[in-house]
Ligand binder design. Structure first.
Ligand code: BG6
Ligand code: MG
Length: 220
């Protein structure tokens, strides 16, 4: 029986994913690296330092900088990202999400957040939906980022439910892999070819309907 919902944040509850990608793309350009759109897309859901390391790898610069320099680059990118976060308001909640959260509340489902972002609490506050959730996994406690299952396992543990009692939502290929590795039911939001491991895929958040998702979940 369904008891809980687990949400990724960037690209699922709000479109902050675009702020991440723009900030990374700008930093990459400053480092003389031109990312293809596929390379940029592959950064979705990936932790801050893993993203930077991936960019440097794409540019053939994996051994060029010291850890200290890399931390400076990551801090620079985060500063730019946070400038964008400051502009966010409840209007930045993606279409269909408020209805989905309200439907879940009506059914007394518990909900929490499985985001790799250390800025998740700040973003949720700006969106005005912090109190909707029963918890947020602290990414500082994780040993492995997505696609490793750790973050979704922790989110499930935080809710106190079994694997087959939760549904998890993701917009990133790495995130869907993480959910499936944790053994949970995955709802993918985006391109079904990219999110092919998910149990149910919708093109946009506006297409998320809890009753329909539950129907597919109950058939599994
Ligand atoms: C994820 C984003 O939610 O958080 C990634 O999809 C981002 O793009 C990651 O790199 C880490 O975020 P932050 O805010 O801690 O740099
Ligand atoms: Mg995401």
């Amino acid at each position: 029986m369904l008891k809980g919902l687990i949400f990724d944040l960037d690209g699922v509850l709000t479109n902050s994913a675009r702020f991440h990608l723009t900030a990374w793309n700008n930093l990459a350009k400053e480092l003389g690296i031109n990312l293809t759109s596929e390379q940029l897309d592959s950064l979705r859901g990936i932790s801050r330092m893993d993203s930077l390391n991936l960019i440097l790898k794409y540019g053939g610069q994996e051994n060029k900088y010291s850890e200290k320099e890399k931390e400076q680059f990551a801090a620079e990118k985060n500063k730019k990202f946070l400038e964008q976060v400051e502009t966010m308001t409840p209007k930045d909640i993606l279409p269909g999400i408020s209805e989905l959260l309200a439907d879940a509340k009506k059914q007394n489902l518990k909900m929490d957040i499985a985001s790799a972002s250390k800025n998740a609490p700040r973003i949720l506050k700006k969106l005005g939906i912090m109190d909707e959730f029963d918890g947020i996994v602290d990414p500082n406690t994780l040993h492995h980022g997505k696609p490793d299952p750790e973050i979704y396992e922790k989110a499930q543990e935080l809710l106190g439910f079994k694997t087959d009692e939760v549904i998890s939502f993701e917009d990133a290929a790495a995130g869907v892999q993480s959910i499936k590795a944790a053994g949970q039911f995955a709802v993918g939001i985006g391109d079904k070819n990219v999110l092919k491991g998910a149990d149910y895929v919708v093109p946009t958040t506006a297409d998320l309907k809890l009753s329909k998702i539950e129907q597919v979940f109950n058939q599994k």
